[in-house]
Every structure is written in C-alpha cells, then in structure tokens.
Design a protein around this ligand. Structure first.
Ligand SMILES: Nc1ncnc2c1ncn2[C@@H]1O[C@H](COP(=O)(O)OP(=O)(O)OP(=O)(O)O)[C@@H](O)[C@H]1O
Ligand SMILES: O=C(O)C1=C[C@@H](O)[C@@H](O)[C@H](O)C1
Length: 183
C-alpha cells in the first residue's frame, strides 16, 4: 500500500517559492501542492486577510514599509507549517530577517526571463511597484536588484517560456531528490 506520506520526496518539508512578480509562484505553487498532496498558501493573500484590504490599498494608504512588516509577520507564522507549498511575494527576499523563516523549508527560485514577465504583466493593475510611467523598466530594475538574493535559494529552476505551470511543477518534483535538505 502507498500513501502520500510514503511517497513524499520532501518528508514533510515545506517549499517556499521565490521569484519575481509574474514568475508563476501562485500558479505553479497550486500545481505543485496538488502533486505533492501539500497545503497551499500565498503570502500575498494572507497579508490581505490580516490587513483587511488589498495590496494596492495597503501600499496607497499605509506605504510599502507597512506592507513589508506585514509580509515578515505572515512569513513568521506560515513557516511553522509542514507539508505546505508557500508562494511568497516577489520582494520578500530583500529583508535579511525573512530568510530565517524561508530557511525553515526548501527555498526554490522560479527564474523566468524578463521578456516573458513583461508580457505576462502587461497592463497589470494589481502590482503597485509597476504602476509607473515605464513599468517594463521598473520590472527590469527590480530584477537587477533582486537577482543575487533569489540566487541564495536552495534550488534554481529556469522556467522555459513554453513550460505550462503543470510542467514546471513536474520539473520541480523531479529535481527535489537531488536538492533536499535534512528536516
Ligand atoms: N507557466 C506559465 N505559463 C503561462 N502563464 C503563466 C505561467 N505561470 C504563470 N502564468 C501567468 O502569469 C501571470 C502571473 O502568475 P502568478 O500570479 O502565478 O505569478 P506570481 O509569481 O505569483 O506573481 P506575484 O508575485 O506578483 O503574486 C498569471 O496570469 C498566470 O496565469
Ligand atoms: O515584487 C514585489 O515587491 C511585490 C510582489 C507582489 O507579489 C506583492 O507582494 C507586492 O505587489 C510586492
């Protein structure tokens, strides 16, 4: 007889997906959670629930620093869960303290080429940091600043433009055995 636990390549260790806005952390995260039979959390959703307002509203009324504090608070709470896939916000890697929470699990960088991100995010109104006269440039600048932080992840997955979210999730599962940490 097989059970999800016996087949679990992570032995219950949670997975944190990091990467730029639009990398697919939410979309791939859901597919990955289904494959692993894990829970799925999205820190952006949790922040909105804690704050009782949307992310654009938090940025507009309270500012980015309040948003970042909420993000840290949510990461601190969610990292206590085992058997979970956690999609994080694109900027969480920039605060050193957040790494003490991320490192409770396997940290996986979904690395998507900038031109693919730009296409996915064109016309997006939900990401406050892109609401500038030149969103393509803002995205490129953020990527430049963050790349070295994403590179601290345990696993780096280069997503090909043709990969569906399911394909990406399957590629992740295939790579887990060679990268897993001791829990
Ligand atoms: N592998 C994929 N192939 C095609 N489209 C994708 C893929 N992954 C995600 N998308 C699309 O890209 C957009 C952004 O995806 P998603 O919201 O999952 O990104 P995210 O990394 O969670 O972004 P954020 O950090 O801003 O919340 C969505 O419209 C989603 O449907
Ligand atoms: O890249 C970022 O800094 C952000 C990404 C989104 O997931 C949200 O967390 C928010 O819009 C900020």
């Amino acid at each position: 007889m097989t059970t999800a636990t016996l087949n679990d390549p992570l032995d219950g260790l949670s997975v944190f997906l990091v990467g730029m806005m639009g990398a697919g952390k939410t979309t791939v995260g859901r597919a990955l959670a289904a494959l692993l039979d894990y829970r799925f959390f999205d820190t952006d959703d949790l922040i909105e629930r804690v704050a009782g307002k949307s992310i654009p509203e938090i940025f507009a009324s309270d500012g980015e620093s309040v948003f970042r504090d909420l993000e840290t608070q949510v990461l601190e709470q969610v990292c206590a869960y085992t058997r979970s896939v956690i999609a994080t916000g694109g900027g969480c890697v920039m605060r050193t303290r957040n790494w003490s929470y991320l490192q409770q699990g396997l940290v996986l960088w979904l690395d998507v080429p900038a031109d693919v991100l730009r296409l996915r995010l064109r016309g997006d109104r939900g990401r406050p940091l892109l609401q500038t006269p030149d969103p393509d440039r803002a995205l490129g600048d953020l990527m430049e600043k963050r790349r070295s932080r994403y590179a601290l992840a345990d696993l780096h997955l280069s997503v090909r433009p043709e990969d569906s979210a399911k394909t990406v999730a399957r590629r992740i599962v295939a790579q887990i055995p060679s990268t897993r940490k001791q829990s």
